[in-house]
Design a protein around this ligand. Structure first.
Ligand code: UDP
Length: 322
């Protein structure tokens, strides 16, 4: 029998990708999602337990019914930075309560391995790039603040036996190979899906800001193929099983940054069309350069991302054309 892994927030873009990779790697994902920011999708073959993680009784009830579980991957959270600025309560209520209820239910069941989806947003405006895990925590938004809170809350449960590992995502992008599962938000704010979408429509790509202090004036990000990010969770769970004293937080990126203009250039090559740029003013809150120091990921997890920028654009394009 396949070991089972509870996957909260498993019906969204990243959660769904993790479900596919868990299945491929010999685990059975038990997907829990309230569909508050996602919806049932014909491309998603896994059963979804529709439970609001803010509801402690409902969480306990589901967890009690489950067969033995190898570990939990906790993603369920609101994750839009601008929305968190206008609705902080929504973020603290959802993200903090969901995490507390998940941990409480897990410990009641003796489930101790927990991988949490954290974010590079908790570093704020970096004072050092590439950004190491030891960088000061100074989130600029309630979203980042809520993730930082959850990291510390998980730490409080270690005395009760919890083994948490926070994966701090940089910029996940692309789709599962073959366009099986990918990103489609409405409205879409992320760069790579927008480049693919505008490219497919023959329209110029909106780019925000051209006078940042970077070589070509556009912002630099560390994009990681979503399939690699998903695999990092599987590796992290095995690491929690195999390692007694683990580190608590690991950046998940490639350590290589690309500017927005470089992404548009790569997409032009992959899509075989000369994409034009429609220059816009800077977007509020964009940091000029966010690149992971990914050495801890390589050293502790022994994990090496495989997908390059072209993979991300190509798989996103396969998903988009579906
Ligand atoms: N960006 C852009 N055009 C878009 C979407 C994003 O120029 O249609 C830029 C954005 O200003 C930022 C970078 O691309 O500099 C990455 O943005 P994204 O929203 O993908 O990720 P973020 O790093 O903001 O989480």
């Amino acid at each position: 029998m396949k070991p089972k892994v509870i996957l909260t927030g498993g019906a969204g873009y990243i959660g769904g990708a993790i479900a596919f990779v868990l299945d491929r790697e010999g685990f059975e994902p038990i997907v829990v999602d309230d569909y508050s920011t996602s919806r049932p999708h014909k491309s998603f073959p896994f059963k979804v337990h529709q439970v609001d993680l803010k509801n402690r009784a409902a969480v306990d009830q589901l967890w009690q019914q489950l067969p033995p579980v190898f570990g939990v991957i906790h993603l369920a959270a609101r994750a839009l930075v601008p929305e968190s600025v206008t609705k902080p309560g929504l973020y603290y209520e959802n993200n903090v309560m969901a995490a507390v209820n998940t941990v409480e239910a897990c410990l009641k069941r003796g489930i101790t391995r927990l991988v949490h989806s954290s974010t590079c947003a908790l570093y704020g405006n970096p004072v050092q790039v590439p950004i190491p895990e030891s960088h000061p925590q100074a989130p600029l938004s309630p979203y980042g603040e809520s993730k930082w809170m959850v990291e510390r809350i998980l730490g409080s449960y270690e005395k009760l036996g919890l083994k948490p590992l926070n994966l701090r995502y940089f910029n996940p992008a692309g789709a599962i190979a073959g366009g099986k599962w990918g990103e489609s938000h409405e409205p879409e704010t992320h760069l790579i899906p927008n480049v693919v979408r505008f490219g497919a429509q023959g329209k110029a790509v909106p780019v925000y800001g051209n006078d940042y202090a970077t070589p070509d004036g556009t912002c630099i990000r560390d994009y990681i193929h979503v399939e690699d990010l998903a695999m990092a969770h599987v590796v992290a769970l095995k690491y929690l099983e195999a390692t007694a004293t683990t580190v608590k937080a690991i950046n998940v990126g490639t350590g290589r940054g690309y500017s927005v203009a470089e992404v548009v250039g790569a997409a032009s090559r992959v899509l075989g069309r000369d994409l034009k740029i429609d220059w816009h003013p800077k977007r509020a809150g964009d940091s000029p350069r966010l690149v992971a120091d990914a050495s801890l990921m390589r050293k502790e997890l022994g994990f090496e991302p495989k997908g390059d920028l072209e993979t991300m654009v190509r798989t996103q394009s396969e998903w988009h054309s579906k």
